[in-house]
Every structure is written in C-alpha cells, then in structure tokens.
Design a protein around this ligand. Sequence first.
Ligand code: FES
Ligand SMILES: [Fe+2]
Length: 382
Amino acid sequence: MLGGSVDPAVLERVRGWRPYVEAKLGFRNHWYPAVFARELAENAPVEVMLLGERILLNRLDGVVYGIRNRCLHRGVRFSQRLECYKKGTITCWYHAFTYDWKDGTLVDIITNPNSALIGARKIQTYSVREAKGLIFVFVGDIDPPDLSADVPPGFLDEGMAINGKRRMVKSNWRLGVENGFDASHIFIHKHSKLVVRNDIALPLGFAPISAGDNTREVLGEPGPKGLYDLLGEKSIPVFEGAIGGEPVIEGNFGAKKVADNISIWLPGVLKVDPWPQEGMNQFEWYIPIDATTHCYLQTLGRMTASEEEAASFRREVDEKWVDLALDGFNDDDVWAREATEEFYGDDRGWIEERLFETDMAIVEWRKLASRHNRGIQRPEHL
Ligand code: FES
Ligand SMILES: [Fe+2]
C-alpha cells in the first residue's frame, strides 16, 4: 500500500502545522526532480513514482514527456511490458489501447479500430523540464509556475555546474528534510571521513544564544519560498562535549569553515553554502515516493566559466566527492532518517515528540510549508 492517510486523532491534536502533518505524500502542484537526465536515453521509457503517482517518462527526439503509467482501460501499468508500434505512441500490452506521448490522446485501439473511445479519451500527462542534468516533473493540476519557483536560489544560475546521485531511503520525506535542516544533528557526523580527511571544522552541536526564532524567511513572489537558519550567527558552537561538566568528547577542530548558510525551500530541498568546501554548494532534494519512502537526490554545484570547466567539475564530483561527501558524509543521514521512521511512521511521533531549543528552525519550516505549499497530495489523487 502507498499509504497517505493520516490518523485523524493525531490531526486533531496538531497545532500550528497541521497541513504539514497531512502532507504525508508530499505537496501537490510543485516541481520535483525525478531522475538524472543521463538515466533517460532516447525512446527507452523509465518508470518513476512521485508522491504515490506512477509516471512513465520517455525521451523522443531529445524531448522528455511524461504520462500516467496506468492504462485507462483496466488500469495496468504499461511498464510491465513496454510495447510501441509507431514512433510517438505507446500501446498497452493488454488490449492494445494506443496513446500519444505528447498529449495523452487515445489515438487508436489496435484490437478495435471502430471504437467510439478513439480520439475521445486522454491519459493524464505531466509537464516536464530538463535543467542542470535533471528531469523535473510537475505533479499537480494547476498551470505549472516557472521551475525557478521551486528550486533554491543559485541552482539555475548560468555557469552553475551540477552533478550528483540519487537513492531511495526508507523513511517519509519530511524526516529527510528535518534531518538535513536540523542544526544539532551534526552530532552524528563526528566521525565522518569527509570531516576528518578534509580538515573541516565541525562542532558537536549549537547552543542558541536566545530562545525563539533564529530564522529568516524568504517569501517573495513568484518564489522560491524558504527559510535560512541563522544559528551560525546566533549560537555558540559546542566543540567540547561534557556530561555534568566533565569532558567526554570533542568536535572536529578543522581549519576549513563551511556551511555558513543553510536554507530549506519548498517543496523540500536544502541548500548548504558552502559545502563540502569553499566555492561549492550542496543542493539536495527529499522527494516523496510513497508514505514510507523518499528519493534522496543529492547534487553538488560550482560556478564555472566554460563548458570544459563544467565538465571537469562534474568528473570531479564522480571521482572524488560522491565517495567522500555524498556517501562518506551523508550515509550517516540516511541511516538516521530510517531509524527515525519507526517513531513517526504511525503519525504519533508528530504529537509525542518533545522538541528542544535548536529545533525552532524546524518548527518555522513546518509553519512556512503549511502556509505556502500549493496543495496537499492525498490518497484520492492516486
Ligand atoms: S488494460 Fe490497457 S488496453 Fe486493456
Ligand atoms: Fe547531515
């Protein structure tokens, strides 16, 4: 089961961010990156799931199209046995309903060319954009805004070279966001090989100087909408860990200062600037797949002045940074999110959690997301 319905007794008791708790399957009417462009070859359809919806992507003459991966007739998935008899169309393997990739029209039925349904029915199609080596899909039913409304500032900048990887994580997407944007979770990274080998200064946590809101919202139209965590300037980094005043553990006193600016953006994408070293950024998405799975799509970016420089940076990501940073550092995060799922999986975590001062940025994110999302994905959309 894809899940998606939320325990009504929990919703009753949530204060301040109820829409966020309802959004178990994510926020509708937003752009999400589905796959890397390199994963989609010419006329070789790829099945993806986003927010519980099964989608089939295909590249035809270089342009990517998306259709619902579910035949109108009896609901089977085309991807269970892909059949194509004419370029630009897909034929269902069962009774040969044949659809146009561009607009979803039922253009023919091979087994009954006289059917009244021909030309009168359409399968759902999805808006698709290719940018920075990623394929973005709009999941929803409104006219899509520009892609720039749903990605962090800087991501689409000319000259910003991007490369990365993606993988499935067995936790709800919100536990991904809240792990990435959580200032005190860095405690789990204390032994990471990136931190040790790359001489990065990483405290064990942050003690806010004053309680309350230490964030800055960005809500301009048309977007993107998000939130900066200002803890860097409004906290005391904890390098010397103690219990009852007795020293027990130390943070990493490295020379390189990174992660000055950490921000989270709708519909669930984090920017860490700079990271993992000066001049680079990490942009990472936590994409709802179903109620208990998210796709963790991690990218690194650097401003480059030419296509050669961009290609060389993309190689550097593959050869160095995937191992050292995207795996070597973020494997800890994946593990932590999956461990957290146990507590939040039945929704009760949202009312039974007991947050502390450093979590106020997460609370602000929940409120912002509740106010500014463009819709909630619900089980009836599937
Ligand atoms: S189920 Fe697809 S044509 Fe019958
Ligand atoms: Fe982390």
